[in-house]
Design a protein around this ligand. Structure first.
Ligand code: FCB
Length: 486
């Protein structure tokens, strides 16, 4: 929908722009070339998406313009000093040509939506630096990336020094652009040699993961101090071993429980290794936090929701209380949960989003990625704080929104939820938006667009989405405009 170039203008250029609804000067505003100026979006009263505006002086709208006025309606909501404003990626989704892991094989077998393959992905193995320049240009001060086990240890007993050198370059590239790196040690992919031994079903895998971690923190530990051990063990166990949408495509609840248990052990071993090598470094697991609400007050819906909550959230809280300096939270949306006698594999429950709730783009099952529910982030933060009382990083949040008509508001409303949680005493240290650039979205292939930068995967061409520019304004200001209501 939006395909214009973005142009930054000085702050003073636009003090005369007002929102017709609030009569306020804009805190920040985004104008779209494809729309007349009357369709600018007002960020000073962002509970409403589109507003007419007036300008005292005529403006050119030949380009997309992002402006920030000097006057704001009310005091902005400021975040704590040193707050991390980041973006997040994972190795397989952006590097390209990760031929030596289980996902590559799965893709070649045509198991992803539309037969999509990661291919060259975003080309980061060859040349990530232009995207790091883009992150820097936005004004973000952190980036979360992951290291690919199958590159660093292509065979059991063989380490590839060239791969670690390339990761050193990437980390140096992040740091030299003024950003703090956060590194994830396992983000869904396994080397083929490990997968052939049963992957995370094998009780020996946590120890083997430990040896990999020892190597990584030894080689890269002078360049990174924030480590995520394992990304989303509950999601990996569910999609790979219960629903069968991800490799190895099993539908076996008992296997998924074993996988989850081994991943938790892997986390504990990895955390011990990081601390033993670098006592000052901070380490945490990354959990996909689902907010679950019963679809109705009926007792059976309430009970099945409680069971789901234990499986999706509760058991992970319990095992991460020790061995962690922080909690990494990925938050995307909420599920409504109903009892369903026809779904034994799903423990007789059904997760869904009723039609009348705002939803993001649809994926390969024909259902949306989920409800847009900012209040859930506040609820999730409060809950984790209550149970774990430890610093929290929001290691991922975002939505698939290819035309970017929801993302600006998503960002503002979710950040307002984070701010509310901080005011309520929750120790949130940073936010990493998923993602810097459109990338290979696992079973969804190239079908879901999460990027602050849009990318054409055929040509590699990038284009800043307006929401990306907005996130940059926020990161630089370390603040969001105060909402009018709420
Ligand atoms: C998370 C994953 C991440 C990405 C986003 C959309 O569950 O950690 O790799 O796929 O979802």
């Amino acid at each position: 929908m939006f395909n214009s170039r973005v142009k930054w203008r000085s702050l003073t250029d636009f003090t005369s722009i007002r929102c017709l609804r609030t009569q306020a000067h804009f805190a920040s505003a985004i104008y779209f070339e494809s729309h007349p100026i009357s369709h600018a979006w007002c960020a000073s009263c962002y509970t409403h998406r589109w507003h007419a505006i007036s300008t005292d002086t005529p403006m050119t709208t030949t380009e997309t313009i992002i402006a920030q006025a000097t006057q704001t309606v009310s005091e902005p909501l400021r975040f704590p000093p040193g707050f991390l404003w980041g973006t997040a990626t994972s190795a397989h989704q952006v590097e390209g040509n990760n031929r030596n892991n289980q996902w590559w094989v799965w893709e070649q077998e045509g198991r992803c939506w539309n037969g999509d393959v990661s291919g060259d992905a975003c080309g980061w193995w060859r040349d990530a630096e232009p995207d790091l320049d883009r992150a820097q240009a936005l004004g973000t001060n952190a980036h979360r990336m992951s290291v690919e086990w199958s590159r660093i240890q292509p065979e059991e007993g063989r380490w590839d020094d060239a791969a670690t050198r390339r990761y050193r370059e990437l980390l140096q590239g992040i740091r030299s652009r003024g950003m703090t790196p956060m590194v994830t040690l396992h983000h869904f992919t396994n080397p083929l040699w490990l997968e052939a031994q049963g992957g995370w079903l094998n009780p020996a895998t946590p120890q083997k993961f430990g040896r990999f971690v020892e190597r990584v923190v030894g080689e890269l530990g002078d360049l990174c101090e924030l480590w995520c051990t394992i990304n989303e063990p509950t999601v990996y166990a569910a999609l790979s071993y219960v629903l069968g949408h991800w490799p190895p495509g099993q539908t076996n609840v008992r296997a998924s429980l074993r996988v989850f248990g081994n991943m938790v052990r892997g986390h504990q071993i990895a955390a011990r290794i990081v601390h033993a090598n670098h006592p000052a470094h901070r380490v945490g697991i990354v959990h996909h936090k689902r907010v679950l609400d019963p679809a109705s007050p009926a007792k059976r819906d309430v009970l099945i929701t409680a069971l789901y909550d234990w499986v999706y959230n509760g058991r992970l809280f319990q095992v991460t209380r020790t061995h962690s300096d922080f909690f990494g939270m990925n938050y995307y949306s909420r599920d409504h949960v109903a009892f369903d006698p026809r779904a034994p594999l799903q423990m007789f429950g059904r997760r869904f989003t009723p039609d009348n709730f705002e939803q993001s783009d649809k994926g390969f099952l024909g259902v949306s990625f989920g409800e847009v529910y900012p209040e859930g982030l506040y609820r999730a933060l409060k809950r984790v704080h209550k149970h774990l009382k430890m610093p929290i990083y929001i290691t991922e949040t975002g939505l698939p929104d290819s035309d970017d008509d929801q993302r600006p508001q998503f960002i503002l409303n979710h950040l307002a939820a984070v701010h509310k949680a901080i005011r309520a005493g929750v120790d949130v240290r940073g936010v990493f938006l998923w993602s810097l650039v459109d990338n290979f979205e696992w079973a969804e292939g190239w079908g879901m667009r999460f990027g602050l930068y849009a990318m054409n995967e055929k040509t590699g061409e990038r284009r800043l989405r307006p929401s990306g520019a907005l996130y940059g304004i926020i990161a630089r200001a370390n603040a969001i405009p105060a909402p009018r209501h709420g």
